[in-house]
Ligand binder design. Structure first.
Ligand SMILES: [Zn+2]
Length: 259
């Protein structure tokens, strides 16, 4: 199947109008343009989220269309590293709101964000809480990675997280062109205040406090097999969720929601 069958930006306007006869959900990939250590490109989170969105859309064709990924995310905690570009949370939210409002004008009411970057999560949670009331749309979002418990089973070190063996593994699986295979290296992990994060306190995520080279884990242990084992169940879960999401939010000709 040619990607233009489900990639909005590759369609002509008449083709999109025709696609709207069957499309029920717009998938919006979000990520970040931020440092990922010495071994992953700045666009890593965007590339992986986009690749996941395409896999999901292919499975649910012709009911899903993929919107262009946002080129930036919320990355103030990586600004110490050159190349990182961050949006303020309100800018990120405003762009997403405008994307959804625009597509709502064309008749779409259901949106699914597939997100590749942890720094976007608080904003996405906020938007998911308010989208129906403020914009009159149905919104859900998913992270591209599985639960922390699942990841811990595959991680080479306890300090997994950013630009680690797991993220390199799913990059090798989803978007191998962003991986510098000759530069794979261990994260320069530093024990810090950070060990309290996620317990009873929330702190800023300034990367310089936990890694000198911007990476965690041990990327030399990354593999395509690990990436596949982590990602395939998430794609499957998203597809199953979207089947239910579409069923629950399907509008009858009268405009009433049919459950
Ligand atoms: Zn990342």
């Amino acid at each position: 199947m040619a990607p233009q069958a489900y990639v909005l930006a590759d369609m002509t306007s008449p083709e999109f109008k025709e696609a709207l006869r069957t499309v029920e959900v717009a998938v919006i990939p979000t990520g970040a343009n931020e440092q990922h250590g010495p071994h992953l490109a700045l666009r890593t989170d965007i590339a992986n989220a986009h690749a996941m969105a395409l896999r999901i859309a292919e499975r649910l064709h012709p009911r899903v269309v993929v919107v262009p990924p946002l080129p930036f995310g919320i990355s103030p905690h990586h600004m110490a590293f050159p190349g990182t570009i961050t949006l303020r949370p309100r800018t990120f939210l405003a762009v997403l709101e405008d994307v959804m409002s625009s597509l709502k004008e064309h008749g779409l009411h259901n949106f699914f964000v597939i997100n590749g970057h942890g720094g976007n999560l608080p904003a996405l949670e906020q938007l998911t809480l308010t989208a129906k009331r403020d914009l009159g749309v149905n919104l859900a979002f998913a992270k591209i990675w599985p639960s922390r418990d699942v990841m811990a089973k595959y991680a080479a070190t306890e300090s997994f997280g950013h630009a680690c063996d797991l993220e390199v593994s799913w990059s090798l699986y989803l978007a191998p062109e962003i991986v510098r295979k000759d530069k794979l290296t261990r994260g320069a992990f530093k024990q810090s205040l950070y060990r309290h994060a996620g317990t009873v306190v929330t702190i800023d995520k300034d990367t310089t406090r936990r890694s000198d080279n911007g990476a965690l884990g041990d990327a030399t242990k990354a593999s395509v097999a690990t990436g596949k084992a982590l990602i395939d169940p998430v794609v499957q879960a998203c597809v199953e969720f979207l089947e239910d999401f579409m069923r629950q939010n399907r509008r009858s000709a009268s405009g009433r929601v049919t459950l």
